[in-house]
Design a protein around this ligand. Structure first.
Ligand SMILES: Nc1ncnc2c1ncn2[C@@H]1O[C@H](COP(=O)(O)OP(=O)(O)OP(=O)(O)O)[C@@H](O)[C@H]1O
Ligand SMILES: [Mg+2]
Length: 583
């Protein structure tokens, strides 16, 4: 794995922790306070034991006991507060980071998004950030804190007797090395376990999404068969990693038992020699027992750092990915219909395989173009270019005479309304699905649009009105289309693009949609990609695409009158001829 320079970590830490400097300082104060308190307690114990053994005053014993209790309870409170602060700092910084990344991804080109599945994106925006969260909240403080605690223990013990101090230091070094050794042996098993889980969940997710196809094709048995395989693979991985975890536990336990035995042995020896009191023996043993936690923490943190490194690298590379489509500076004038001009546009998704070739047309403001063509001929691609999801290889697209490359993307997308072939619904209320979570749109506006589009009877059927939650697949294709129209209506753009779904609707719904489309097109420039002849009845111009080239383009009236035109032939044979047969 490529190493990430320390500087990069530090600058990342500084960037996200800076706004929280107060919380971070507080966290440090509480953590060092906690360390101080835990170093204090064995000292009180020693005093207690030695005083008791020497037959000291009961009052002193009571004070020592009380102090021990107070320090213990106080220590717990301090630990509680510092772990709260640690989580708080970690989540605040990583949430900001998640936000930054999500926004960055939203602004990336469509060609970027076509490369990755939603699952991968989730992993990159959330998974990698989560791996970093520990790094933010704990790494520095835990490693520094634990090192201080270790040093504190060694110093305290050395003050009693330097030989015990040396022995304990040697033990710390050896224990640390053993820790890292067994961790490095165990980690691959842990990684394998996580992979097993993600495979299992991936499998379940994919099959659940495809449940209709699986059922209708009778693939239940095969699916279950594969499920058993994936499941038992996950089981084997979990088992292996659990056993590994137990072995690690056992080895550490034995290691610290040995450490305790050594310090106890040395303590008893020194007691016999007269150098130590019983209380001091107890103190040394207590301190030895305290080594376990910081050693464990340091080794764990160093291990986590590796995971954070991988995450950080992916986050870095994601942030380095910049959109190729650069924002322009000009804006379109406020309202009214807008002219559309395609000037010799050639475009390919994949180099050397053009999807559109030399497409030129000019649509005056307020005119409506009906776009026809066989499946795969490039109709949807035209709309994507107009929205500037992609950039043409050659040629230019102009709105009201301004090249769209010079327009601010926000302004462009505000002025173009698009209803796609398959409308995306969100698991949210009807209101949010229509406003796309824009809280500034009032219910009165929404209801007016619903009325306008002739959706009132549908609206009346909703059990909770605008608050009704739309579940996945909860709307018919026609209802979903109308809902998408409502979205566009609220946006009030100068251009409407309608990519008609190729699936059929019942005649009543079709009529309803036709009426809505007419309303939508009123005083606007429009491009309608039609799969039904009914839809193109009222358009002004017709364009027939074939393999990315304009096969026929002209005024609808003219084409209808000309018996030799491709369009008038289509009117005779029906659009099916165009859509499904090989011409
Ligand atoms: N993201 C993409 N990456 C690569 N090729 C693509 C992509 N999207 C579409 N294509 C290809 O571009 C061509 C035109 O696709 P487009 O979606 O524009 O067709 P269409 O005319 O809208 O078809 P339909 O009537 O089925 O909607 C097709 O050959 C398709 O395979
Ligand atoms: Mg299409």
């Amino acid at each position: 794995m490529e190493r990430v320079p320390l500087r990069q970590y530090l600058s990342l830490l500084a960037y996200y922790l800076k706004p929280q400097w107060f919380r971070v300082t507080l966290l440090a104060v509480f953590m060092f306070g906690g360390i101080g308190l835990s170093l204090l307690n064995p000292q009180i114990l020693r005093y207690f034991i030695d005083t008791a053994k020497a037959g000291g005053a009961l009052r002193n014993l009571l004070i020592a006991g009380g102090l021990f209790l107070v320090v213990g309870i106080f220590g717990q409170i301090v630990t509680l507060i510092s772990s709260y602060l640690g989580q708080d700092v970690g989540w605040r910084s990583t949430n900001r980071m998640r936000g930054d990344l999500a926004l960055h991804c939203l602004n990336l080109d469509m060609s970027f998004h076509h490369q990755y599945t939603p699952g991968e994106m989730v992993e990159r925006v959330d998974g990698d950030t989560t791996a970093l969260s520990n790094f933010f909240s704990e790494f520095v403080l835990q490693v520094v804190g634990s090192t201080f605690l270790l040093a504190g223990v060694v110093i305290m013990v050395s003050r009693e007797d330097w030989r015990v101090g040396v022995a304990l230091t040697a033990f710390v070094v050896v224990a640390f090395l053993i820790y890292n050794l067994i961790r490095s042996i165990a980690v691959p098993a842990y990684t394998a376990e996580r992979e097993g889980y993600s495979k299992l969940y991936g499998f379940i997710e994919e099959r659940l999404i495809g449940i209709e196809d699986i059922r209708t094709n009778g693939a239940n048995a095969y699916t279950m068969d594969r499920f058993y395989d994936v499941n038992s693979d996950a089981y084997r991985r979990v088992l292996r990693s659990q056993i590994m975890g137990e072995i690690v536990q056992a080895i550490t336990r034995i290691m610290f038992a040995l450490g305790l035995a050594i310090s106890m042995g040395m303590g008893i020896y020194l007691y016999r020699e007269g150098g130590f009191t019983i209380g001091t023996v107890f103190l040394v043993v207590q301190y030895t027992a305290m080594l376990r936690h910081p050693l464990d923490q340091i080794s764990r943190q160093l291990n986590d750092l590796q995971r954070a490194t991988a995450g950080l690298q992916r986050i870095e590379s994601l942030q380095r990915t910049t959109p190729r489509i650069q924002d322009g500076t000009e804006t379109l004038s406020a309202s009214g219909a807008i002219s559309i001009e395609f000037d010799n546009v050639t475009f390919s998704y994949i180099e050397g395989d053009p999807v559109l070739e030399k497409v030129s047309f000019n649509l005056e403001p307020g005119r409506v173009l009906g776009l026809l063509g066989r499946t795969g001929s490039g109709k949807t691609t035209i709309t994507r270019l107009l929205f500037r999801f992609y950039e043409p290889n050659i040629g230019e697209i102009r709105l009201d005479g301004t090249a769209i490359a010079k327009l601010q993307l926000d302004s462009l997308r505000q002025h173009v309304g698009l209803v796609t072939q398959d409308v995306q619904l969100f698991y949210a209320t009807v209101r949010d699905n229509i406003t796309l979570f824009n809280a500034e749109i009032t219910d009165a506006q929404i209801l007016a649009v619903i009325e306008e589009l002739g959706m009132s009877s549908w609206y009346a059927s909703l059990p909770k009105g605008l608050d009704t939650v739309i579940t996945s697949g909860g709307l018919s294709a026609g209802e979903a289309q109308l809902l998408a129209f409502a979205r566009v209506f609220l946006k009030d753009p100068g251009i409407i693009i309608l990519d008609e779904p190729s699936s059929r609707l019942d005649p009543a719904t079709e009529q309803q949609i036709d009426r809505a489309v007419q309303k939508l097109l009123h005083n606007r420039t429009g491009i309608i990609i039609a799969h039904r002849l009914g839809t193109v009845e009222r358009v002004n111009e017709i364009m027939i695409l074939e393999d990315g080239e304009i096969r026929e383009y002209g005024d609808r009236e003219h084409l209808v009158k000309n018996p030799d035109s491709r369009f008038s032939q289509l009117l005779k044979t029906g659009l099916e001829e165009l859509t499904y047969s090989q011409a």
